[in-house]
Design a binder for this molecule. Structure first.
Ligand code: 5GP
Length: 202
């Protein structure tokens, strides 16, 4: 039996330091056909980040050109920088049957939820703000001012968690990874997405 079926769009949000990258890395490793959407940003690369792999690092002018040309599925300003999802690769990969994973903040996620009602939204809740602060400090990449801004933003974002279809709690990363995988697995088993199997069996 050919088990292939259309790709699904998954939106993962959660404050900086909540563990989204770890959860996404786990999903990419575990799922059959999954694609991580590489965002565009005007933020400077952190040590070890690779252009085109972690982000497409752009100037503000380049980013504003993408907005003007309507090439972004969503975009937002977050702690002083632009972030956005290039629409082209997302649509291509969905059409090719890949599940597409977006790691985006809440303003962008709300745009996706409004424009793509088929998207599955998941909010990753951090175990607590003290842990979040510790993680942001351990990264050692941001100034004190940026850390404080990210923490303030984290509180704003957590208040929006109820807008998402699912909430995953990252008390233990193993739990968060298996909850996220369970959500994706269940969403892919929805009957509406599988009726074509029935027809094949007729
Ligand atoms: P960071 O600077 O820590 O890599 O990311 C900051 C925030 O921007 C994170 O919450 C991340 O999920 C979000 N982000 C990354 N890419 C995008 C994007 O394409 N669009 C939006 N709206 N947010 C993004």
């Amino acid at each position: 039996m050919d088990r292939s079926q259309p790709g699904k769009l998954f939106v993962l949000s959660g404050p900086s330091g909540a563990g989204k990258s770890t959860v996404i890395a786990h999903l990419l490793k575990t799922l059959d056909k999954a694609y991580f959407s590489v965002s565009a940003t005007t933020r400077a690369p952190r040590e070890g980040e690779v252009d085109g792999v972690d982000y497409h690092f752009l100037s503000r002018e380049q980013f504003e050109e993408l907005i003007a040309r309507g090439e972004l599925l969503e975009h937002a300003e977050y702690v002083g920088n632009y972030y956005g999802t290039p629409a082209g690769p997302v649509n291509e990969k969905l059409a090719a049957g890949y599940d597409v994973l977006l790691d985006i903040e809440t303003q962008g996620a709300e745009q996706v939820m409004a424009n793509r009602p088929d998207a599955v939204s998941v909010f990753l809740f951090p175990p607590g703000f003290a842990v979040l602060e510790e993680r942001l400090r351990k990264r050692g990449t941001d100034s004190e001012e940026k850390i404080q801004a990210r923490l303030a933003q984290a509180r704003v974002e957590c208040r929006r968690a109820g807008l998402y279809r699912y909430i995953v709690i990252n008390d233990l990363i193993e739990n968060a990874c298996s909850e996220a995988l369970a959500i994706i697995t269940a969403e892919k088993c929805r009957s509406a997405d599988r009726l074509h199997f029935l027809k094949e069996e007729d």
